[in-house]
Design a protein around this ligand. Structure first.
Ligand SMILES: [Zn+2]
Length: 509
């Protein structure tokens, strides 16, 4: 067989059995690696082979970001950017400035503030938003995705009043007299989201294109497209982009738990789809965001899905051959997911725990025995370690327990949770995972968590994740070898180019 493409004279690491040991040459045909080795691969050169001389450049498999909010991140670009706001007044000012770009009747959105970063140490009140937005409905999101604030007009559209009870798994913020103050926690966010006009398909397409540009510029060639709510039409939007040959990353699209029955009825099971777009796991929330996690020994926290409901859902999904991706941060939530998987007999279903932040020894062993996957964010773990008081000190060894999970036989896949982490650069997370003083892992393990483990999590380990012969030629090229450079430089590291199936999707070669 002749090669379509030969990369020659580089430092090529397959991350397969040869680990970090570099090879100098790699040959591609039909979008797949056909050989990796030394200069003898030049024998595969034919008259139509494209030859790229790497001149010492380093090559790695493309990264797989197993959990990033692709559509949502892109959509936030159309709202007011509230990232870095230090005061409520600043939020109001940015909303006011942004409102000039809106059409008549369009809802105003904003995203990226964090209550803990505001001088007031609280989210804004609806009346404060009203000052900027007037009678136009507005709905702004805290970074992290578990708290939103609606202005008075948006609460009005949703019909939320002092008489409205808190929904299960959620809370309506209230003034002392019981009137809603605009804050909506966890499942209560839905009460407004459900009456908000969904973004147009055109806007969603633009959102995806915006996000994929960011992802490929970071060497990410596969992504688990996470959803909080998600729209059933997102899958079609990805597919249309793929058919138009405009999709530049391979997408494993999560389906919101509300779509479970529809997915079962359509006969969708794990791995459904093609090499560019597949319908992925059923996403469900077990507990809340970092401040509202369910811990076994504490009464606080919020069940977004109570254990008995979770059992029903996991059982239904397992029976239909579907994988579940369960948001679970606290040990109580992780335990509930283990119970549900065990009861469903879903050992071979590769059910996923998203975040898996506080995972003690007994649960690590259960995850391993149940064949489950921990989809983690190494950067979030560092943030949790650096935020004293967020998680009790007794959980030091169980917090972001990458090494201990691996020792228990649990597969770990890494991810950014974009836009919770605003820059999806995997190297920053890899650095955090390697340097972690308590649960640190070696570089090869961290790279595999960001490549082949993501492929395993989407049932694609036989087609991508390494650069072994037969694998898709999804790869990234670095002018300077990341393995040899000092780790401080990883924080701003970018690939020179990225290839998907042997075709360039980013940069220059
Ligand atoms: Zn997420």
């Amino acid at each position: 067989m002749r090669a379509d493409l030969i990369l020659a004279g580089g430092r090529i690491r397959t991350l397969g059995p040869s680990g970090l040991r570099p090879h100098s040459h790699l040959a591609v045909a039909g979008g797949r690696v056909i050989a990796c080795g030394g200069s003898d691969l030049m024998a595969l050169q034919g008259p139509r082979t494209r030859l790229i001389r790497l001149r010492g450049a380093a090559v790695l498999p493309g990264f797989n970001d197993a959990h990033a909010h692709v559509v949502y991140h892109g959509l936030t670009r159309f709202g007011a950017d509230l990232g870095g706001c230090k005061t409520v007044a600043e939020i109001v000012a940015r909303l006011r400035a942004h409102s000039h770009s809106l059409r008549r009747g369009e809802w105003q959105q904003g995203m990226g503030f964090r209550s803990a970063e505001l001088q007031e140490r609280r989210p804004p009140h609806r009346l404060e938003l009203d000052a900027a937005t007037g009678g136009r409905p507005a709905f702004i999101d805290e970074r992290g995705g578990h708290l939103r604030v609606a202005n008075s007009a948006a609460l009005g559209v949703a019909g939320i009043t002092a008489a409205t009870p808190d929904p299960p798994g959620g809370g309506i913020g209230r003034d002392p007299d019981g009137a809603p103050n605009g804050v909506l926690l966890e499942s209560a966010m839905r009460m407004v989201a459900d009456v908000q006009p969904p973004p147009s398909r055109e806007r969603r397409r633009l959102a995806i294109e915006l996000t994929q540009r960011l992802l490929v510029s970071r060497g990410i060639t596969s992504v688990g497209a996470a959803v909080n709510r998600g729209f059933a039409g997102d899958l079609l939007t990805f597919q249309e982009l793929a058919e138009a040959r405009r999709l530049r990353v391979r997408v494993n699209e999560f389906l919101s738990w509300e779509l479970l029955e529809a997915a079962v009825a359509m006969g969708i099971s794990a791995g459904y789809g093609g090499r560019m777009v597949r319908a992925g796991p059923i996403k469900v929330f077990v507990d809340g965001g970092a401040e509202r996690v369910v811990m076994r020994e504490e009464a606080s926290g919020a069940w977004r899905t109570p254990p008995d409901e979770l059992k029903v859902l996991v059982n239904r999904a397992t029976g239909a051959g579907l994988q579940v991706a369960a948001h679970a941060i606290g040990d109580g939530a992780i335990e509930a997911m283990c119970d549900a998987v065990q009861a469903s007999g879903g050992r071979g279903s590769r059910h996923r725990v998203e975040h898996c932040t506080i995972c003690p020894e007994d649960l690590r062993r259960r995850l391993g025995r149940l064949g489950m996957i921990a989809v983690m964010q190494p950067l979030a773990a560092r943030a949790a370690r650096d935020a004293p008081g967020l998680f009790p000190a007794r959980f030091r060894e169980d917090l972001a327990s990458h090494r201990r999970l691996m020792q228990a036989g649990v597969r770990i896949a890494f991810s950014s949770d974009l836009p919770v982490t605003p820059d999806p650069n995997p190297w920053r997370g890899i650095r955090a995972a390697v340097e972690d003083p308590v649960n640190g892992i070696d570089l090869l393990a961290a790279l595999r968590a960001y490549t082949s483990a993501g492929a395993y999590a989407s049932f694609e380990e036989s087609v991508k994740g390494t650069l072994e012969p037969g694998m898709l030629a999804d790869l990234q090229v670095y002018a300077e070898d990341p393995v040899e450079m000092s780790r401080e430089r990883w924080d701003g590291l970018r690939p020179q180019a990225a290839l998907l199936g042997g075709a360039r999707v980013f940069g220059k070669l």
